[in-house]
Design a protein around this ligand. Sequence first.
Ligand code: HEM
Length: 141
Amino acid sequence: SLTKAERTIILSMWDKISTQADAIGTEALERLFTSYPQTKTYFPHFDLRPGSVHLRVHGAKVVAALGDAVKSIDNVAGALTKLSELHAYILRVDPVNFKLLSHCLLVTVASHFPADFTADAHTAWDKFLSIVSCVLTEKYR
Ligand code: HEM
């Protein structure tokens, strides 16, 4: 779990991220589908070309869900229960894909906020995104 210092990093960076939430979500998805095209198979019903409306709407949803997790940083599982059921039972997303999306989110945050992205911030985001990914996949176990 996150240390107090790591929570502080996530919460303070989130204030900045939330002002560019949609752009960050969209960029992370563009990176996911470009670098790891196999992930596109989960979205056969989407237009996945860079800048598409589907990417922008979905990117905004993903970042909004991360914002819910940030707001409930001590109870991420409670905050994301419905999303966990969706990904685990209905969508049946293979957990490896969460590592790929987490990596793309990490790179996107780093490239938007290079001055904030110290080694400690890197660690905090890596841990936070692992917690979110565990919550969204834990119904498999
Ligand atoms: C839907 C968040 C990881 C595939 C969603 C929705 C959210 C979300 C908020 C919309 C739910 C709704 O409309 O009620 C997240 C978060 C993730 C994550 C926070 C991890 C950080 C993934 C991964 C995949 C995936 C790794 C597969 C590569 C999907 C699909 C949908 C969906 C296929 C349904 C899209 C649609 O038809 O509208 N996700 N997701 N998700 N997610 Fe995820």
